[in-house]
Design a protein around this ligand. Structure first.
Ligand code: TMP
Length: 407
């Protein structure tokens, strides 16, 4: 796909403020034989000065990202599963869901929230374009459509299942370049009093933490409330509540309804107020972020080089999609990171995208404990620290919120 100049939502001219350089596909873990044909694109963020939507100027064709070998299985994180179960329970209790009310979830991966609703006998359908994860959900008995979601898919769901009382998307909306097609689909499908609940990494957290590694091919958008309100307005929808979440490195959950159907909450006003202190329409905001990224990169490279000069071993913990941005932007390869450990079958014994650091399973990690572990899956820190407190006694390296060593 070629670079775009205009906003994917409102078509006004975008402002590109930096580039992370040539980047491989974040989740394309490869074999030695595939190195020659590895695909690269330019990873560069921009913002729309009209609607405040933060977006990439180039995204590889979504068919290259979401396919039969999608590397990410949501089921690998216990905390994320608990998070999804909690939201499904909240929907049932708080919004008084009846077994016949339809819930549609897009990007529900190998189960998602609809899996929990299915287990309790609720009417549901999941929609995911990646065949391997959609098949995994089907095998658990989740009603699935292995497709990209858009207006046409919505019309077919409506014909087969009826209108949706609840429409869910967790870490999905940010992945879909044709944002208007999703909102047209929601407009087609949602009942008059229906709810659209969506959550994604939050731009405010990204700017505050300099978590630039949340920027990679799949995240074609990083949302904020200001931009989400602008998009909703076009479809006579409105955000009536928001919730700050610790997941995915700091996310915002938006509760959206048709205009005026639910009262707006105090939490929403507070979030709006906070966002008014950050100017999402101004270059200045993003130039500061760019400087912080460069500082973070220099600090990280210096620290890793120093550790290596002292002849210590360093392993990466978690072959995350985020780590592809870090390693390629900072030009860090096997000369600094000995190996990466990960529990995902589709990543084990492959090479990391672009920099070709070997990925080994957890057993290998247990018998080849490094002196330093770089916490690449920093968004799963609580879970990992709990798991490793009696296993790993070496030092940890992190770059969030700043580059440092901790024990
Ligand atoms: P994510 O940041 O995109 O959720 O990816 C997390 C990656 O980290 C995923 O490949 C699984 C891996 N991981 C481990 O290897 N061990 C763990 O304990 C956890 C929580 C994740």
């Amino acid at each position: 796909m070629s670079k775009i100049k205009n906003c994917r939502f409102c078509n006004d001219e975008l402002n590109q403020f930096m580039s992370f350089g040539k980047m491989p596909i974040a989740n394309a873990f490869i074999t030695e034989q595939e190195i020659e044909s590895e695909y690269f694109f330019e990873l560069a963020p921009s913002f729309c000065p009209s609607c405040a939507l933060f977006q990439l100027i180039e995204q590889p064709d979504p068919k290259m990202l979401f396919h039969e070998n999608y590397a990410f299985f949501a089921g690998t994180s216990i905390l994320m599963q608990k998070h999804f179960e909690d939201l499904s329970n909240k929907i049932i209790e708080y919004y008084d869901l009846k077994p016949n009310d339809l819930t549609v979830e897009i990007g529900n991966n190998d189960g998602g929230m609809v899996e929990y609703l299915k287990n309790k006998g609720f009417n549901h359908v999941g929609v995911d374009p990646s065949k391997n994860v959609a098949d995994a959900a089907s095998r658990k008995g989740v009603n699935m459509l292995n497709e990209f979601f858009n207006k046409e898919t919505a019309a077919r769901i409506k014909k087969e299942y009826g209108e949706a009382k609840i429409f869910l998307a967790a870490n999905t909306l940010a992945h879909i370049p044709d944002i208007n097609s999703v909102f047209e689909g929601i407009d087609e499908l949602l009942t008059e009093d229906g709810l659209f609940i969506t959550e994604d990494p939050y731009l405010v957290n990204l700017l505050e933490k300099t978590s630039y590694d949340q920027i990679y091919d799949e995240h074609v958008f990083i949302f904020n409330l200001t931009a989400m309100n602008n998009v909703c307005k076009q479809y006579d929808l409105e955000v009536f509540d928001v919730e700050y979440l610790n997941t995915a490195g700091g996310s915002l959950r938006y509760y959206i309804c048709r205009n005026g159907k639910y009262p707006q909450t105090e939490r929403l006003s507070q979030c709006k107020e906070k966002e008014q202190t950050i100017n999402f329409y101004s270059y200045k905001t993003y130039m500061l972020f760019k400087e912080n990224c460069e500082k973070s990169k220099n600090n990280l490279v210096s620290l890793l080089k120093k550790i290596k000069n002292d002849k210590a071993t360093i392993a990466g913990y978690g072959a995350t999609s985020k780590s592809t941005t870090i390693f390629n932007y900072c030009d860090i390869g096997p000369e600094l990171i000995d190996y990466i450990t990960d529990t995902t079958l589709t990543k084990i014994n492959k090479l990391s995208p672009g920099k070709h650091i070997p990925i080994y399973d957890y057993k290998y990690f247990l018998s080849n404990m490094p002196e330093y572990c770089y916490l690449l899956a920093w968004n799963h820190k609580v879970e990992i620290m709990e798991k490793e407190k009696n296993n790993y006694s070496g030092k940890w390296v992190t770059h969030i919120p700043g580059v440092k060593i901790f024990e």
